[in-house]
Design a protein around this ligand. Sequence first.
Ligand SMILES: Cc1cc2nc3c(=O)[nH]c(=O)nc-3n(C[C@H](O)[C@H](O)[C@H](O)COP(=O)(O)OP(=O)(O)OC[C@H]3O[C@@H](n4cnc5c(N)ncnc54)[C@H](O)[C@@H]3O)c2cc1C
Length: 346
Amino acid sequence: MYHYIIVGFGIGGFSFSQLLEENRRNFIVFDNNSQQSTRIAGGMYNPIILKRFTPAWKAAEMLPYALLQFQKFEHKFQKKYVFPINIYRKLASVEEQNNWAVASDKPVMRDFMLPVSFEKIEGIESPYGFGILKKTGIVNVSQLLDDAKKELKRKKLLIEEGFQYKNLNIYPDYVEYQGIKARCIIFAEGYGLKKNPYFNSLPLMGTKGEMLLIKTEAQIPYIVKSNVFLAPDVNKKGQYYVGATYNWEDKSNIPTQEAKEHLENKLQRLFNKDYKVVLQKAGIRPTVKDRRPLVGTHPDFKNLAVLNGLGTRGVILAPNIAKDLYNYLEFDQKLPPEIDIKRFGI
Ligand SMILES: Cc1cc2nc3c(=O)[nH]c(=O)nc-3n(C[C@H](O)[C@H](O)[C@H](O)COP(=O)(O)OP(=O)(O)OC[C@H]3O[C@@H](n4cnc5c(N)ncnc54)[C@H](O)[C@@H]3O)c2cc1C
């Protein structure tokens, strides 16, 4: 008998599996690549909301633990996944310059915000300068998932199939699925949760996001944020991600011409050098009505748990809410009420 079955191996399922390994709990994973959110994510970590210059919910306090977890994986695989890179927020007016100066004096914000800079960045004009954020960067999440999956495959702990909910048998102390028994099952399917009959009443909305990968001769060593972001591809020099779109209607993972044009229009207002689009990617962010994660167990079946609702900030949230869920399941420690699915009355 396994301790756990994990359904879904995006950043949510990965983070939970990492805790299980650390604590010597055995597990098996199902994943069918039906959702792409982690695969296509920019992988940026940044605890500050760059539109309003305010802290994102609990992000600053969660960041150190998230980075520590990714760094443990770096140590294990002797490979770099975490790339600290400052973010340069293009300031659009004198008013924004002032707002930046005011915000950077506030608690939490002062740990991340540096004074306005007029540094030159190739291909980018910014008469009002840039507000610089430090202690930010990129986690190479797609590489991390590839390597983690390879390792699971080697150990025969990854089943690359869609999980068929109707074949799950639930008993008081364990679950059974196609002959596999486990004490508990964790559902971490991202937007795929919509097909899960045990948890699909939760208010998961799903927000489609599209990104472009471009190639250019210009050298941009930072993440630049204006009305799009331009971020170095940590896998290949000379390539940059441009993103992202937000679409609440379309729930497919298919890239669209409309999003490409939208992103290119914005890019051309930010960046005045030649470039070539080499790839376009799309995925559904698992966003929630109240913008908080979805964590907890089923009201009727204590051995069915959910780990979802990572929204737009999976990199910082996933390791932290995986830890909350683990402590809840293993040590009966209370879940923070903001992430507990009980807030929706289920
Ligand atoms: C364009 C874009 C850019 C983003 N940029 C950032 C960023 O810079 N920083 C950041 O922190 N976040 C970013 N995000 C958000 C981030 O990607 C998500 O918060 C996070 O990836 C969600 O992870 P997840 O594991 O919950 O879901 P997913 O990554 O969607 O993983 C779910 C997994 O479950 C599998 N699955 C689903 N159903 C089944 C089933 N029935 N059987 C088996 N397997 C199943 C899927 O195939 C998938 O592998 C971005 C998202 C998008 C779309």
